[in-house]
Ligand binder design. Sequence first.
Ligand code: F6P
Length: 369
Amino acid sequence: MHGLPTNTGGSSSVGRAWASQAQGRGFEPRLPLRTNLFILFPLYMAKIRCIGVLTSGGDAPGMNAAIRAVTRSAICNGFKVKAIYRGYEGLMKGEVKTFTTEDVSGIIQTGGTILRTARAAEFRTPEGRKRAYDTLIKEGIDALIVIGGNGSLTGAMLLAEEYDFPCIGLPGTIDNDLYGTDNTIGYDTTLNTIMDCVDKIRDTANSHERIFFVEVMGRDAGFLAQNSAIAAGAEVAIIPEDTTGADQLIEFMERGIRKSKRSCIVIVSESPKCGALHYADRVNKEYPEFDVRVSILGHLQRGGRPSALDRVLASRVGVGAINALVQGQRNVMVGIRNHQIVYVPFIEAVQKRKNMDPQLIKVLNELSI
Ligand code: F6P
């Protein structure tokens, strides 16, 4: 037993499930108050001595800064730290090592993750999560901090729910698609990487008077595409949040490029069916007078030294995760909203859609005339 979740996620289904589970276990105030407190106190205060930390899913610049922050803040607050290698894969297999402050020296400036990462299909099954839980018990880990994106935090939520195990999530993904936090760890660095690449592509696009379709990552979110388009002065962004993106492209082709510009950059958010190749093909067929090229940036977007903003974000939420455990918070993602640390119930972080501010679409449209 690892104590009760203190954050039941408001009216969420998980919150309701936890509430009814608690009632089923006799936690309603049926006994006299003093007896109740006597029973509840040790459960709430189930002591956390050892904290596990892992990175999972796609790596993101700043994950190392987060590992460093979690490790050092945990040790500072009197906890033991066990690092788990290769995400949930390593947790299921028992790839665990005790970490000291020295283990996280000299990593704040490095990309990738020193803990390695994986996309663990088996962890999506109840059997996989049982194996992971067995490792946690065997290793004497009392709480788990997961640094990752949507899939990774969903995994943490399920583990927490099924085994009543305290888990805290840190938003680590270049996609910036987690609800409840303004930015995710890695997003700012990747935005800068894309901007640098597009600046370079612009030189050759101008020289040859070509149209370039540049495909960027983001899974099914367009934050990277929209904001890199604004930052790099691109003419168009085609993003999943704006269904008129394709029409905008045609409109732009007809009124914009012919009049004043001989070259243009279109940023396209990755998509299995409608990626950069799809649009380039379309323009090639419908406007054969233009010289069209495609550049798919790919995994270079995930590498590189983290930006200052990502290092600070990772450090703040890493310390915030330990604070959360000290305060008795469980099963929340630590984010930053309006410059303040926030604790977002897992169910909201992974299930609510983070909306694109329509202002961003207007900004690009007005500035690309
Ligand atoms: O979630 C991060 C991300 O880089 C997405 O933008 C992209 O769709 C995906 O991961 C690629 O995953 P993989 O590296 O497993 O091909």
